[in-house]
Design a protein around this ligand. Sequence first.
Ligand code: FA5
Length: 344
Amino acid sequence: MLKQLRDLHAQALDELDKVDNSRELELWRVRHLGKKSTLTEILRSLATLPLEERPKIGALANEIKKTLESSLEEKKKLLQEALLSSPQKSARLDVTLPGRALPIGRLHPTTQILNEICDVFKNMGFQVIEGPDVEWDYYNFEALNIPEHHPAREMFATLWIDTDVGGKARLLRTHTSPMQIRMMERERPPIRVIVPGRAYRYEATDATHESMFYQVEGLAVDKGITLADLKGTLFDLCRCLFGEERKVRFRCDYFPFVEPGVEVAIGCSGCDGAGCRLCGYSGWIEILGAGMVHPDVLARVDIDPELYSGFAFGLGVERIPMLHYGIDDIRLFYSNDLRFLRQF
Ligand code: FA5
């Protein structure tokens, strides 16, 4: 038995010498130190040996086991070192290589322009607030002088959520103007706020119309506010956004909640006013509706129209970068095409 153990030891070391990769090393471990190896079987059968042989054989078997285990660890280390220093393999494991670059995110073009618009108004002393996308009929229409069956409801193709909730109907706001009422209910003049947010319309989309788009509502109420203040504020905004050169057009328009009402359009950047698909061949792109807050609207929120007056406007946000960069289709903004979004 002692001779068998010594032979086994010599053979194992001899085989270990020839091992040159980790897979072979694992096979060697199973063969010589595994549960079914001869050495383990000898150790397990010690109890069946004659009493006088047991100590010698037991001591030798245990010593061989220890030396094989430490030889195994040494070999493992040697193989790892060889792997790191071999020119071919170390090329694959070059720890000095820089990490993989993470793609850098950026702000959506709408967010960028919203930030820019908010900055312009903050510099003029306006406060920035937000309001709910799901709105009551009262705020979206009734309080803005658009009662049920009023023909002006046709101007705002509405996405209704429910038509009768305890006598009140809910909808996705068709414009940011409901926030005029919420703001005037909450605060007393002087008021100067802008409200960036989404608006929704149930209408066919085309190059300049989306069913979900952003608006920025503006409202200023105080003693002695006139149409000249509205014009001055909006001219300033257009200059900040488009520069001194771009043509700005003011025209009369009708909105039931303002009197008088105006519409502001910008000379089309796609064709320089000559007419193209982007501007519907008119040379102009309408960017906002505005006007002097209607006295009935002021009275409804308990602001005396004899003492106070105000102006309001609602700006279409996507149309600004469209004019700025000559983007010829609003639908590109929300179709999630990274090739488009990465340009901004
Ligand atoms: C309104 O929404 C009024 N609430 C604006 C207003 C506010 C008037 C305060 C008076 C006082 P209008 O429907 O015209 O008005 O929309 C205003 C702007 O939103 C438009 O000039 C346009 O730039 C943008 N807009 C309107 N509909 C769409 C649409 N479907 N897709 C993209 N932009 C739109």
